[in-house]
Design a protein around this ligand. Structure first.
Ligand SMILES: N[C@@H](CCC(=O)N[C@@H](CS)C(=O)NCC(=O)O)C(=O)O
Length: 229
């Protein structure tokens, strides 16, 4: 049985979708990051990065969402691209592009718009620019092909979905008018019963939503304590 350390954020959503699509049995352990539960010794023993998601599969520990997708895909044999050198290379390239570009730039764009203690125009412009630049690359690829890798729905599309579903919060309400190919794949995945079950976890496991002082301390420890160095 897989234990899935989950919260309702974009990176855990990718893994929730994979687990729902594949039918692998799993149990959820909600980790309320706005209460600081990601910093407990018990959780950092599983994910030393103190972030979600992580899984433990019969004693095997895996953290970082795209690593978990690869682990689960190799375990179940499902939602992998065709077994050719180019398709494997595309899978790794686009998974890493999402892990190192889409996620961090989208996350920082939201941070500087919503959570920085004062507006910093340089940071806002830089992260908006980079978030748009990365999403435009995805949009262009999806203008040429239905899915991110090959002709079939794979774990790479699930990694995409985790962030695409919150895209208007990242790039603004009009983002979908410009990123029409992103919208097309997002809409397609949203219709899948597995995606709806993954989204429904939020209602089954309600977590703290307010960004109060406790949540700020948990999310942005550099603001409240001597930075680790
Ligand atoms: N590279 C990591 C990033 C994980 C990450 O940033 N998770 C967020 C939720 S999407 C989180 O746990 N935030 C809580 C915090 O920063 O304290 C992954 O892909 O799993």
């Amino acid at each position: 049985m897989i234990t899935f350390y989950w919260n309702a954020a974009p990176n855990p959503a990718k893994v929730a979708l994979y687990l729902e699509e594949s039918g692998l049995p799993y149990q959820i352990v909600p980790v309320d990051t706005r209460k600081g539960e990601q910093h407990t010794a018990a959780y950092t023993a599983i994910n030393p990065n103190a972030k979600l998601p992580a899984i433990v599969d019969d004693g095997v520990v895996v953290f970082d969402s795209n690593a978990i997708l690869l682990y689960l895909a190799h375990k179940s044999g499902q939602f992998l691209p065709p077994d050719t050198p180019q398709a494997r290379a595309d899978m790794w390239s686009w998974l890493m592009f999402i892990a190192s570009g889409i996620g961090p730039y989208s996350g920082q764009a939201v941070h500087f718009h919503r959570y920085a203690p004062e507006p910093i125009p340089y940071a806002i412009e830089r992260y908006d620019f980079e978030a748009w630049r990365h999403w435009n690359i995805i949009n262009a690829r999806l203008g040429r092909q239905r899915y991110l890798v090959g002709d079939s729905y794979t774990l790479v599309d699930m990694a995409f979905w985790g962030w695409a579903r919150v895209l208007t919060a990242v790039l603004g309400e009009t983002a979908m008018e410009k990123l029409v190919n992103v919208k097309r794949l997002l809409d397609e995945i949203n219709l899948r019963p597995a995606a709806q079950r993954a989204e429904a976890l939020k209602a089954r496991y309600p977590l703290k939503t307010v960004m109060d002082e406790e949540a700020r301390k948990a999310f942005f420890p550099h603001m409240t304590s001597a930075a680790a160095g």
